[in-house]
Write a protein that binds this ligand. Sequence first.
Ligand SMILES: Nc1nc2c(ncn2[C@@H]2O[C@H](COP(=O)(O)OP(=O)(O)OP(=O)(O)O)[C@@H](O)[C@H]2O)c(=O)[nH]1
Ligand SMILES: [Mg+2]
Ligand SMILES: [Zn+2]
Length: 308
Amino acid sequence: MKGVVYKSTGSWYIIKDEAGKFHNARMKGVMKIDDITSTNPVAVGDIVEMELEDNSEAAAVINEIKERHNYINRQSPRHKHQHHIVAANLDQSMMVATIKEPRTSQGFIDRFLVASEMYHVKPFIVFNKSDLYKKKELEKYEQWKAMYEAVGYKVFLVSAEKNEGVDDIMELLKDKTTLISGHSGVGKSSLLNVIFPKMNLKTGDISGWSGKGQHTTTFAEMFDLPFGGRIIDTPGMREFGLVDIDKQELSHYFPEMRDRLNNCQFNNCLHFNEPGCAIKEAVVNGEINEDRYVSYAGILDSIEEKSY
Ligand SMILES: Nc1nc2c(ncn2[C@@H]2O[C@H](COP(=O)(O)OP(=O)(O)OP(=O)(O)O)[C@@H](O)[C@H]2O)c(=O)[nH]1
Ligand SMILES: [Mg+2]
Ligand SMILES: [Zn+2]
């Protein structure tokens, strides 16, 4: 019987079958998986083949994972050399960021954008908690909006608290499978509760939330949207460690660099110290935003060269 994984705790799963019925499932003891270094072989969004156990209606065993159309992978927070598949079979990804309580760094946003580009998932960015923004934060928002829109990413300003600006996002979510990501406490679950009040997701309460990233959502979970489409809520992440990336390919995942790569003098240019570099020239001319270049350089520096 075929089904789609809606929730994964790492040891058991909730799967919706083709008739729309939900089953609790676990993995068959020994299952051959191609990516043995992953901390979670089955991820939310995966299409699986399962077998009902002992004619029981509710319990199933997963015995096959269908090939993924795409997925987003990150470094496991606990094991640096292992991967963690955030979700599979996505149409787009929504980065929820905040400029206040807490402030999301540009480095974090850019890493997430790179990961989305790498795995062919179309990202957009939502700045939440606009009700808390004063002049300084609104200026920062305008600056970021201009910078990201120039590169081709959609940017939105919303308040889940005041239910402001959310309609535009709903339009974008319709009939798509969307992954939501961002630091803990930025209001991912709160936003989903505004989009679909019946979800009634648990959100962190202000008094208990210290700003240190006490996670309220603990497992990734997918929901069907009433107006069509599916959305995946995820636990907040502190960092987004990229995996499976070479220094050489990084600039391909910055759209503003991708378009200019062919103009560099050397075809293995890392756009760092090389002469005749079209990317650095574009930064100097103001055609590439300097802050984006700084992000690029930071990520480049963090990529360990594979030793063969
Ligand atoms: N002022 C303000 N507070 C908000 C807004 N959206 C969410 N919050 C508050 O921010 C806190 C965290 O919200 P959550 O929705 O639990 O955040 P989350 O991103 O789901 O967090 P994790 O599940 O831990 O990853 C809660 O206290 C919310 O009430 C907003 O638009 N404005
Ligand atoms: Mg949450
Ligand atoms: Zn170059």
